[in-house]
Structure formats: C-alpha cells, structure tokens
Design a protein around this ligand. Sequence first.
Ligand code: Z2T
Length: 834
Amino acid sequence: QPKTPTRDDSEFRDYAHSEISRDVATIKYSVVMHLTATFLRTPASIDSAHAYLASAFSVRDRLLQRWNLTNEYHDKIGAKRVYYMSLEFLIGRTFDNALLALGLREEYSKVLGDVGFCLEDIIDEERDAALGNGGLGRLAACYVDSMACSNYPGWGYGLRYKYGMFQQQILNGYQVEAPDCWLDTPNPWEFPRPDVTYPVKFYGHLVRDPHSAHRYKWESDVVYDAMAFDVPVPGYGTTNVGNIRLWSCKTNTLFDLNKFNSGDYQGATGGQVAAQILTDVLYPNDNTNDGKELRLRQEYLFCSATMQDIMARFRKTGRPLSELPDLAAIQLNDTHPTLGVPELMRILIDDEGLSWDEAWDITTRTFAFTNHTILPEAMEKWPVPMLDKILPRHMGIIYDINLFFLQKVEKQFPGDRELLSRISIIEETNPQQVRMAFLACVGSHKVNGVAAIHSDIIKQTIFKDFVRIQGVDKFINKTNGVSPRRWMNECNPDMSDLITEAVGDRSWVNDLTKVKQLEDRIEDVSFRERWWAAKQKNKERLAEYILTTTGIKVSAHALFDVQVKRIHEYKRQLMNIFSVIYRYHLLKQMSPEQREREVPRVVIFAGKAASGYWVAKQVIKLINSVAEVVNSDEEIGDVLKVVFIPDYSVTAAEVIIPASDISQHISTAGTEASGTSNMKFVLNGGIILGTVDGANIEIGEEIGEEQIFFFGCLAHEVEDFRHYLRFNQPKPDAALQTAFDMIQRNTFGDAQLFQPLIDAIMRGGDVYLLSVDFPSYIEAHKAVEEAYRNHDEWVTKSILSVARMAKFSSDRSIQEYAEEVWNIEPQPVLNCGL
Ligand code: Z2T
C-alpha cells in the first residue's frame, strides 16, 4: 500500500479561490510577464502580434481560474450535465468576447494604449477558430455561449481540426481554396490535456462471449489515441466558464522500437504520421454529404473518445449505471455524432456487462437528436460493407437495434411489410446502407427540428412513420437562436449603447426580453437620429472593409443590400444576381435624370462554395463577372455597385451584419430549415427580404408583417410546381428572360460559362423554382425601395424590429432544451470566493 502523505492544501486553495486583481497595474504586470516569460520577448521588441498574444494569455489566466472553479463546483454538487456533441464549432475569435465577459475591456484598452497600441488593432491579430461550415457549427458555438451565460452545467464536445474551414481567395472571379493554417501561431484559447487521452480502435474482429448472447470482445491492433484540448467559453456577467472539449488524434503504437533500433527512424514513427490525418481537416460540406470513408473514421474517433470521457466522469461518481440518464444528457447535433449511440451500447454491454434491455433503456433515455435539414443530398448514409469493415462490433449492434425495432413495429402493425421496409435503419439498396437519421431517431427519446415550419415538415416527411409508431410527443420544435453577446453587444457597440440607454442598464445582454423597452423610444426624435447614425457608422466601417478586401469604393449613403451565407442552389444566390442583372438593364434604359432619382444600392455577396460543388462555384464566377461590368460602367456610378467579399467568416460577419439595410434570405420555401443569420440581421436593425421559410416566418410573427418583406410561393405549393416543371418548360417572365438574354449576349464575358446555370432552370426542371418566384421577387424589391425612400418610416421599422426580437436569443432556445429535453437546471457557481 503506498502511503498517502497528509498535506495541507488550504493555502493553495485560498489562492485559487481568490480572484486575480483587476486593476490596471496588475494587468500590465501580467501582460509583461507573458511577453517576457511565455514568449521570450522584451518590451523593446514587442509587435502587435505579441501584444495580442501576451494580452490574450493574461486574459486566459483569469478565465482558467473561473473555469476550474466552475467544474469543481459542478462535480461537488453532483449536477446533471448536458453534452452537446457536434462535429463543428464555428467559434470565431475569443479575445474581445472574453474581455467583455470579464468586464475588463477598458482596462486592457488602457494597458495597451499605454504602450502605444490600439485595442481594435490588437483584436485584429487573432485568427478565427473556423471549425465549422456555417449555420450548424455557429449554432453550436452560440449554444455553449448561452449555457455558460445562463449557468447551465454543460460541455461541448468536438474535434480539433488542424485545418478549419478553407480560406477562400477570388482569382479571375473564381473561388480558389487555400488551407486554413490557424494553428501555425500559438493558440491562447486551448488548453492541452495530455492526461485525458483515450484509445480508439478500428477494424479487427469479434470474439463471442460463450456465456452471453449479446456480449463480444472486439480485438484489433489498429488503435489511435484521442487527446483532449479544452477551450474555455467565457460566461458574460457570471463567474461560470463553459468548456468545449476538442479531440485531437495521434497514434498510440507510439514507437516501433524494433524499427527504431534497426535505424528505421522514419518507419518507427510511421504510425503517428498516418494517425494525424484523422483530425487534420474539416469536411467543407454544408448541407451535402460526400460519404468519404475518412469522414466515417473521423466521426467514430469523435464518438468513441467522447463516450469514454463521459463514462469515465460518470464512474467517478460511484452511482449505478442505471442512473446515467440522471447525470448526463447528450444532444446529437445532426446525425454526424450518431455513432455515439452504438458506442454507448457497446460500452454498457461488452465492457460493463449489462443486458441488452438495460443498456438500451439507459441509452435512449440519455440521447436526444436535432435534425437540421431535409435536403436528400445531405442525409448521411453509410454502406454496410464499409461500416462492417471499419467497425464490426458497431455494425452488429446496429443490426440488433434494427431487428428489435422492426420486431416491435411488426407487433404494433402486423403484416405491414411496406411500413417495415420504409422505416428500416438498413436501406435495402445494393450495397445496403445505414440510414443515420433513423438510427439517431430510434436511439433518442426526443427528436427536434430547428424552426416551427421545419419541425412540422419533418413530422410529415422523413419521420412520418416514426410519429405513428413512437408517438407525436417525441417530435418537438426548438426554434434556433443566436447569442446577443457576440451578435449585438460585441459587434454593434453603438446600437448596444442605445439599447442600454433605453433599458436603463446592460442587463438586456443576458435577458433579451428587456429590449421590448425600445418601443418606448419610438417617438423620441433624438433617439431615432442616433439610431440612424449608428447604422450609418456601421455602413462606413463596412465600406472601409470592402475597400481593403476588394478595392471597390462604395458609397455608405447607398442602400446596403446583403446576402451572405454558404453558396447553395437552394439558397438562390443565382436568383439574386439575375435580379441585379435586370436592375442593371433597367438603369441602362433610363435617362441620366431618371437614374438620379433611383435609390442608390450596393449589392453585397459573400460565402463559400463546397470545394466539389461546381454549380455553386459558377455562381460565384457569375457574380464577380457582373460586378466587374457594372462597377466599371461610368454611366451607372454609385447608383448600383456589386460586391463579392472574399473569405466570409465569423469575423467578416461581425462587420457585415451590423451594416445592412436589407438582407436576403430567399430559399425555395421548405428548404431552409431555420437560418440563423436572418435573426442576426434583424437584431442589428436590418430589414429582411425573404421567402416564407424557416425562421423568417417566426421573425415575421414576432415583429409584425409591416417590418418584413415576404415574397414567393409557400412550402405547401412547392411540390405541385416541381411536378409541373418536370413535364413542362418553365415560363420565365420578361424580367428573368431579360437577364438570360444579357448573359447570352456576352454582356458579362463568355456566355458559355454561364449557360449551365440557365440550363438548370430551362432544361433541368428548375428544381429551386426561380422562374416561379422571380416576378414576386422583383415586386418585393420595388416595395423595399419605396419603403427605404422614407427614412423616417424605415427607422421605425428598424427600432420596432429589434424591440420585438427577444425570442431569437439562444438563451431562450437553451432554456427550452434544458427544461423539455435535458431536464437540467442552472447551477450558478456559489461560495467560491469570486
Ligand atoms: C448546416 O449549416 C445546416 C444544416 C445541415 O444539415 C448542415 C449544415 Cl453544415 C445537415 C444549417 C441549416 O441549413 C440552417 O437552415 C440552420 O439554421 C442551421 O443549420 C442551424 O440549425
């Protein structure tokens, strides 16, 4: 028996529990310490990069202290935690966010100012953590932010990609991808945990347990290690700090000693080189699935490490396994982490020795599943032979899950073979495929969509049979939300100060219901003028950004018309650029006097196309070709400018969104599950031009139909239009035909480049219904223009909109999940001395 020395840790604990001083002198000292000790620089050789790093590390010290206390406290009280499993966390920058959360922005500004740096420039030194594609990944980041701010005990789990979302360059009008080497410089916002490392097996074979029908031993010598990196999530206005645990892959057959001793150094570390690849790169697909084997291995590494970690934490409590659902709720962010379900089954049955029924009961009470799309091309399906080869044990478990499920359904609806084949987790194609959405659904106690319309649609389509079998109460709606910290307070300081003035204090940042009080200021002339001025300042900031990123000069007095999001046919950037072409045509027909009377407009696009998505890339080329012609047409001048801002990112969004007058959210009805940037634009006083789709609908309900410009056919009409267009030629109206004609007359360069885009409409069945919605789209644009001419009316719309947007705080979404799905409660850190 090793002797445990008696030690007195009270003094250390006192230090740990007393907050580091917040005065400027102490901060200055800690920045200098990091500069000299962490980075081996001297004050004489400080540049902005090191000013950033030293400041960030000193902020991090303050966060880590609170982070420790938060987790210590939640362990101590035995709190139930939620684990938000997501292959993507689109975090963006952390420095400014942390400064605001800690209330230390002024202090750091002073410290940096004293050595001749401007805080804004230092903030710009940070690289985005771009570990996500778009909406789904950013939602995960907003949700962990809300958990931290509302004191919910919860962690995010994800992967630490060495290369995040690719960087987009525009060369000759085309998108060109460059790797995102975000870890080439030190990352102050991650904390390596070499002691938190788990082995993850692949391939191998199964050995049956002679004493149990369900138990197997899985033997394999292909073993990778997943090592944890923790990323702090600063809670605003609370001492709670959340955590995102990201796994990084390395080999665990560390070193082949024989090879090493025989001089084969390269071969000795060969395993390590191969293993690295598993967490090397984020798959850049938004709403598409390319079914690569490497992606499957990535997903399993993630699920296995996460489940092992959750189980290790649970075992420490000493509670019986049947109580796992009382201590842990696991949310599956789309189907990407669905292998967590069979992985937990494997652990409970093979490692812990539970019966199938016990394990299944625990598993289904622990997991819940969020669906984010109904686009068929995005649905994850894995070929059975591939799964069987890489994860033989899991394939067996999935077969059994399916067998028991089908047996139950057969009892419930005897003799309905059609039903069984529709709902089977295994699709009977050649080869067979595992339908991950069905597996996630069967393995969870709750399934939700991300906006009211979307949750209704999934009940009527992909999960229709499941609603009948498992009951309608299992299928719920949780409308998305966004963080008011990042998407108002941080990115729009002037508007935030006005809200603070109207509310009386800054409490609205953590309680967005308070923005209602803006309505009291609706007649206040000075307030209205300052509201307009704040928008104007944001527009000037964006004009500056456009100039430096594209070289294009735009007038901040024009109407800023923005569509920024992933480039995808269903989002219809193509329809937008066709309308720009038509506008250009109209302007060219006018006399100079007539043009003078038009509302000058800057049409702004940004967004990335998945690397293999050819049509999306041609759309980018078309936008840039139109921009080139229009922007250099001296007759047109400032009346119309077209801009494609390269390399859209969270940080770019923080500049673009606060500056919009109108933003476009124009998906074919029924295809955009929710959208989240639509919320961000309105929360920043912008007006939406959009279709009756996703969260646009609920935004309209909240702010009133006068505050939003709707157009286009409705979701329930789409099927009939599509059916018609499968057998009949589309009939483009005169406006759309004009746009086609101009392209075909080589107005924007070689027409052949763009013919496939026109063909998709005229010969490809116009799946996204551009020809159907175009006339009402043009009408909606006219309505926007008329409304904008009346500045006064516009300001009223803008203020009323923000005042009525409380619903779209992610704090509201998280509270609903906590109460209706996770069954967890806020646990503010108490009695810790801070
Ligand atoms: C994604 O960003 C979204 C859905 C996906 O389905 C995949 C990705 Cl990467 C698999 C988006 C939706 O398109 C959008 O409507 C929604 O607001 C967002 O997820 C968050 O729910």
